[in-house]
Design a protein around this ligand. Structure first.
Ligand code: SF4
Length: 367
């Protein structure tokens, strides 16, 4: 584990309307109580930061100039100009430096970010991640998104005009007949995003009430999207993520490489040494991970990406080589592996099957 922390995630918990499919931790925003809510949230962050640095120091970890800083949520764009002013003070006051090449991402909602962008850019934000989910009005309604097509279009025009690097979130697996994904992608790419994230709707435990399409349809939609974006010059570099070359999310790559990312904000979690911590209000809970758990987690995270996995690095001394080769041959036949990679690297079909592949690996080779 690296003893320098080069990444920080800050969770902003407020949303002004709750989307039906969402299971993130969130608090209801009220514009009439905004000042009081934000003051208490900002105070919470200050207190959390003191506890977090003490925790990392107790594990001999130091906060280095940050290579990535990510403000996620929730809907951080509700923080507005005030958020940019607070964060500048917060970083300076706590001597948190940004590396010259720091990737500084702000998540935004298309309905409320346009006028705040210059303030956030002035404190270093150089990447925007916008939750669009779909350009189809029926899909937006079904998902309980309060946005309309015009608002999303205005936001996309403004993003493109600003010249900032940006990513768009999409949702797959929504059961509607009139969604034309090809058309949506064509429209979205015309604004020149450098990155797209496409998640498959998983409504378990949420308020989403519509029936899901058959699994086979979801599978086809996912593979079709992968092909479509790859043909347009995007690299399918992680299960749900596509980027133009060199525009991969550096922040998320820190997680997938199992590097330490410090985390602030209720429900945010991070790693310190061999412990995972999770914030609950202003306290964190520590959970010690065993060697085996860390090993399996690293394996799982690495298989999520196209970074590839070196068999020697991951399996030396842990498995019988014959069993491993047998399983890999099967995966190859079932088209779960990327043919061109010298490392163990999953194909888009393999990404889709990741959980069951991990089970197979565990049951047949690692146990
Ligand atoms: S805006 Fe984002 S975080 Fe808030 S409810 Fe919708 S999906 Fe969830």
């Amino acid at each position: 584990m690296n003893d320098l922390i080069e990444s920080l995630y800050i969770h902003f918990p407020f949303c002004d309307s709750f989307c039906s499919y969402c299971d993130f931790y969130k608090r209801k925003w009220s514009s009439t109580d905004a000042t009081a809510m934000l003051s208490s949230y900002e105070e919470e962050l200050e207190q959390m930061w003191q506890k977090l640095t003490a925790l990392h120091h107790s594990h001999q970890q130091q906060i280095a100039p940050l290579k990535t800083l990510y403000i996620g949520g929730g809907s951080p764009s509700l923080w507005g100009k005030r958020g940019a002013v607070f964060l500048k003070k917060f970083l300076e006051g706590n001597q948190i430096l940004l590396d010259e090449a720091c990737e500084f991402t702000l998540e935004v909602n298309p309905r409320h970010f346009e006028e705040i962008l210059p303030y956030w850019q002035s404190i270093g934000v150089n990447r925007i991640s916008m939750g669009v989910q779909s350009l189809n009005q029926g899909v937006m309604n079904q998902l309980g998104r309060k946005q309309d097509f015009q608002a999303v279009e205005r936001a996309l025009v403004a993003l493109q005009a600003s010249g900032i690097n940006f990513s768009i979130d999409l949702l797959l697996g929504v059961n509607t007949k009139d969604r034309n994904l090809d058309l949506e992608i064509e429209q979205l790419l015309s604004y020149n995003p450098s990155h797209l994230s496409a998640y498959i709707l998983t409504p378990k435990g949420t308020c989403y009430k519509y029936p899901l399409p058959p699994e086979e349809e979801i599978r086809k939609e996912y593979l079709h999207l992968s092909l479509l974006l790859t043909q347009q010059g995007f690299v399918h570099y992680e299960v749900s993520n596509f980027a133009k070359k060199g525009k991969e999310s550096q922040h998320n790559l820190q997680y997938w490489r199992h590097n330490c990312v410090a985390a602030l904000g209720h429900s945010a979690s991070g790693m310190v040494g061999n412990h995972r911590y999770k914030w609950s209000q202003k306290q964190f809970k520590l959970e010690k991970l065993g060697e085996e758990e860390i090993y399996l987690e690293r394996l799982y995270l690495r298989l999520r990406t196209n970074l590839g996995l070196s068999l020697e690095e991951f399996f030396r001394g842990k498995v019988q080589q014959e069993k491993m080769q047998e399983l890999l041959l099967e995966w190859e036949k079932r088209r779960y592996l990327k043919a061109s990679s010298p490392l163990l690297c999953l194909s888009p079909l393999g990404y889709l099957m990741l959980d069951s592949l991990m089970d197979e690996l565990f049951v047949r080779v690692l146990r």
